[in-house]
Design a binder for this molecule. Structure first.
Ligand SMILES: Cc1cc2nc3c(=O)[nH]c(=O)nc-3n(C[C@H](O)[C@H](O)[C@H](O)COP(=O)(O)OP(=O)(O)OC[C@H]3O[C@@H](n4cnc5c(N)ncnc54)[C@H](O)[C@@H]3O)c2cc1C
Length: 479
């Protein structure tokens, strides 16, 4: 059985030497308090797969080897698999309060499985068997993969070939007998620093003449020429100065950690290249990745986050002493209704999933429901955070540090004046937890993660059969 235990994952990282910069200095993945949050989150995902209570959700049977594998490395072969994939996103969010950093990688693998099958069928290429060899390698080693889609893109008003610096879209700069050399970057890379491999796919559709950008491949962590430049936020600074991580909003797993991943002439051997110049298929790959990822992000991952926020808001009102006030109950109901509406869209996207392309054996979710799930959550999540802020009170942003409780000059005052129906310490802990959500990075994160809402609007318009709806209306109206 190819399932790593958390310690094996941690040991495997010791052999990696990623070049990571954070806050203007080089850091070691296993020493830095911020990079460690991504490591811990991955270790927890390995642990969840070992837990008999979560086996059904966190593991699957490989269609390549028949072995039990981590679901993050499984390509959906049925509607049941799609449902379980979404349940994994829900569970990991509830358990971590941050990314399952293997999630984007999982969805790029599904997109690649589907598109390489189609390219082989249409063009007679050998990409799919190459991809399957790579997938087998990942599954055998239970390797953690991140997914790299988003290019820096430069001037959004210009095509890739018109950019002042063409490297703002990752591209092939040399083709050799043994492989390709790529240059460029991928931005906002969730957890790439702590993954064994990164799966790289194009950022958008490309036209004939833009072949150099239509490239998909896998690259191991720390490959020569790779540099990771991490995000740095007030949460990073706060973690760096923490005396006890329990004073932080999400002590163990932190906020969602990303990095700019720079590819400075990185060599990729042919056996790890899964698209190279097939512009016609680049857009299809992105959209197959996106429909899977939007299903998981929209009404599963963020629903897990919402469950945490709703739970914390309920605790906050119990601690403040007014849990049954009618407007408070109403606001909690509103939060649940918003969250579960997104959840329902994701379940619908999975249940309405189908084999794509027909005959491939690979299942993808319904596109319309997946996009609706993501668009719904982009709006709903802000609302849920607003209501949580309302219920928990101004203390969510005005609270002093929990360190004051051990400050002999301030402790007595803080305990006296922040006590309500619960002790000050409990109120402060839950307020800090909610600060992490309502005054943190999760609003814009949920908005843009899995694509900015305008991308979903465009897809919803393209997928809607307005002619059919017109015909229905005309029939009943007698036109
Ligand atoms: C927390 C978080 C985690 C992420 N994790 C990952 C990850 O693991 N892997 C990964 O690959 N990506 C990841 N992303 C990136 C995410 O997919 C992008 O943020 C998203 O696709 C938007 O791209 P952008 O950030 O470049 O924004 P922009 O493209 O700059 O968008 C900003 C605004 O400009 C508009 N716009 C952009 N282009 C055009 C145009 N041509 N015409 C008109 N309007 C335009 C958009 O609609 C939007 O309103 C993550 C993002 C976040 C926030």
């Amino acid at each position: 059985m190819a399932l790593k235990i958390p310690q094996e994952y941690l040991d495997s990282l010791k052999g990696l030497k990623p070049r990571i910069y954070l806050g203007g200095k080089r850091v070691n993945l296993l020493d830095d308090p911020t990079t460690l949050t991504a490591v811990r989150a991955n270790a927890r995902v390995y642990e969840l797969a070992q837990d008999p209570r979560h086996r059904e959700v966190m593991t699957a049977t490989s269609h390549l080897t028949g072995e039990v594998i981590n679901r993050n490395l499984h390509v959906a072969r049925s509607v049941y698999d799609l449902e379980k994939r979404a349940e994994m996103a829900l569970l990991t969010s509830q358990e971590l309060g941050t990314c399952n950093y293997r999630c984007v990688g999982a969805d790029t693998l599904t997109g690649l499985a589907s598109i390489t099958w189609e390219m082989d069928r249409d063009l007679g290429t050998g990409y799919h068997s190459r991809f399957n060899d790579f997938l087998r390698y990942l599954q055998d080693g239970d390797l953690a993969c991140s997914g790299a889609v988003t290019d820096p893109k430069g001037d959004r008003g210009k095509r890739p070939g018109e950019q002042e610096d063409k490297d703002v879209n990752l591209r092939v700069v040399e083709k050799r007998d043994d492989g390709i050399v790529v240059r460029g970057a991928k931005v906002s890379q969730s957890g790439a620093i702590a993954a064994h491999e990164t799966i790289v796919v194009p950022t958008s559709s490309f036209r004939p003449g833009e072949e150099e950008f239509a490239v998909a491949f896998a690259v191991p962590n720390g490959a020569p020429g790779l540099t990771y430049i991490c995000q740095y936020t007030p949460f990073t600074a706060e973690r760096e100065s923490a005396q006890d991580i329990m004073e932080l909003g999400n002590p163990l797993y932190g906020v969602r950690e990303t990095a700019i991943m720079v590819f400075d002439n990185v060599f990729i051997p042919w056996e790890r290249v899964f698209m190279c110049g097939e512009t016609k298929y680049a857009g299809r790959l992105v959209s197959r990745f996106a429909k899977t990822h939007r299903m998981n992000c929209g009404g599963a991952c963020k629903v897990g986050f919402a469950d945490l926020i709703i739970g914390a808001a309920q605790l906050a009102v119990e601690y403040s002493g007014v849990p049954k006030a009618p407007h408070i109950v109403d606001k909690l109901v509103e939060m649940v209704y918003l969250s579960e509406t997104c959840h329902a869209c994701t379940i619908a996207a999975a249940v309405k999933g189908r084999e794509e392309p027909a005959g491939s054996g690979i299942f993808l979710p319904d596109d319309l429901f997946g996009n609706v799930a993501k668009l719904n959550v982009a709006h709903g999540f802000w609302e849920i955070m607003k209501l949580a802020g309302d219920l928990a009170g101004g203390m969510v942003v005005t609270m002093p540090s929990e360190r004051e409780l051990s400050n002999p000059d301030a402790s007595e005052y803080v305990q006296k004046y922040l006590k309500a129906a619960a002790p000050a310490k409990d109120r402060m802990r839950i307020a800090k937890f909610l600060q992490n959500w309502t005054a943190g990075l999760h609003g814009p994160g949920t908005w843009h993660g899995a694509g900015s809402p305008q991308a979903q609007r465009m897809m919803i318009y393209a997928l809607t059969n307005l002619e059919e709806k017109k015909a229905m209306a005309k029939k009943l109206a007698g036109l």
